[in-house]
Design a protein around this ligand. Structure first.
Ligand SMILES: Nc1ncnc2c1ncn2[C@@H]1O[C@H](COP(=O)(O)OP(=O)(O)OP(=O)(O)O)[C@@H](O)[C@H]1O
Ligand SMILES: [Mg+2]
Length: 382
């Protein structure tokens, strides 16, 4: 990265230099990704554990912007077991959405690129490494294998098409072979009913603006489930909804997941939602996983100072406090990440080695892992 002036601004010349360098890197990566007829042996791989639906392994996703390289996801590893829900929590901007967009290959290209690591996706009979899968193969994987429920349904639905048409289009594209128009319509109505829309025939003919927020979110879920995906990514699926609708939507997701035995990656700021839904929890901070474990381990024994802070900042019914805890300071700038623990400057529990390199991952149990020096001594490492 070019050297910044004292006041933090880049000169036009420096910015041009960065753009030029970025273009060179991204052009090369794009060329590789756009090749036709890539032999399958290049991206077919094996799961480390066949009981997993997805394995993120040392994933690095960067954005090559004119002000420098944003290391949005910087060495993330975790698994999503088949039939389980994995909750991903972390402060705004810590890379939750970028991680899930990497799995869908929906990064804003050419500047957004997976530069290192593997994402192993279990397709049943085969395993693909999504980081190397050519884009022509992705059409079939998105929707059929992995689908995503976005945060804001109004911006994800097309305002000029009727609801029915939008769901039908997805079925036609991914699962339409050998189906007549009537079959597809029947499936659309069935999906609308499945997500709890009572007036399904009526809604079929409506436009997105004629529905309430909760109904729009249900339609989004119907679209995501149209092809029985193995993995559902729900990125803040209920943030825009009121609490009662939120509970209904979460129930719905849980029931549907059990019905088609898929896995859910649930991204949210809301620890209440996580507590209710997740089997496993991944805590992210500034593009890295700082702690992961089963829901019980994370809620009962939060270990990383950031997770401890997160738990302490959650209101508890029946417990009266003067002021809720807030973690001091803010997340470091992703363009200029320090090489020591990213949380150090905000941490109230620092120990000696914290000033050194980024901490290694320590196993507290088979499933519970934490990256923090506080546990190194106990485990006799470093
Ligand atoms: N298209 C892009 N170009 C440049 N930087 C980006 C782009 N998309 C995301 N980023 C950067 O990547 C980092 C991670 O973003 P991400 O959207 O994954 O955060 P998040 O954890 O989902 O946050 P939130 O909880 O607010 O949704 C942020 O610093 C963001 O600025
Ligand atoms: Mg996000």
């Amino acid at each position: 990265m070019a050297k910044k002036k004292a006041e933090g601004y880049l000169s036009a010349k420096e910015s041009r230099q960065i753009s030029k360098r970025n273009r060179k890197i991204t052009d090369e990566l794009e060329k590789k990704r756009k090749r036709k007829n890539v032999p399958e042996s290049e991206y077919v791989t094996k799961m480390h554990d066949p009981k997993n639906a997805v394995e993120f392994d040392n994933l690095h996703t960067y954005f090559f912007t004119d002000t420098g390289t944003v290391k949005s996801v910087d060495g993330v590893s975790f698994e999503v077991p088949i039939g389980k829900t994995v909750g991903i929590v972390g402060e705004s901007g810590c890379g939750k959405s970028v991680t899930s967009l990497s799995l869908m290959q929906l990064l804003q290209r050419p500047q957004g690129q997976i530069v290192e690591g593997e994402i192993r996706l279990n397709l049943g009979d085969k395993v693909y490494d999504i980081a190397k899968t050519p884009q022509e193969k992705m059409q079939n994987i998105r929707g059929n294998m992995v689908s995503m429920i976005f945060q804001e349904p109004m911006t994800s639905l097309n305002p000029v098409f009727r609801i029915g048409r939008q769901i039908e289009e997805v079925i036609e594209l991914h699962d339409g072979e050998g189906k007549s128009k009537e079959d597809i319509k029947a499936r659309t109505i069935e999906l609308l009913e499945m997500v709890g829309i009572a007036n399904s025939e009526g809604v079929y003919k409506m436009y997105p603006h004629e529905l309430s927020g909760g109904m729009r979110q249900r339609v989004m879920i119907a679209i995501a489930l149209a092809c029985n995906p193995r993995i559902i990514i729900a990125d803040e699926p209920t943030t825009a909804l009121d609490v009662t609708i939120q509970a209904q939507i979460l129930d719905l997701l849980r029931n549907l997941k059990d019905k088609i035995n898929s896995s859910i990656m649930l991204i949210t700021h809301d620890l209440g939602v996580i507590a209710e839904m997740a089997d496993y929890i991944v805590v992210m901070y500034a593009g890295r996983v700082v702690e992961k474990g089963t829901a019980e381990e994370i809620f009962e024994h939060p270990s990383h100072p950031y997770t401890i802070g997160l738990m302490a900042s959650k209101p508890v019914v029946g417990k009266k406090v003067d002021k809720l805890y807030s973690i001091p300071g803010k997340v470091p700038n992703p363009v200029d990440m320090p090489n020591y623990c990213y949380f150090k400057d905000r941490c109230e529990m620092c120990v000696g080695p914290c000033a050194g390199d980024y901490p290694p991952e320590i196993s507290l149990s088979e499933t519970h892992k934490v990256s923090c020096y506080r546990y190194c001594e106990e485990k006799g490492e470093k």
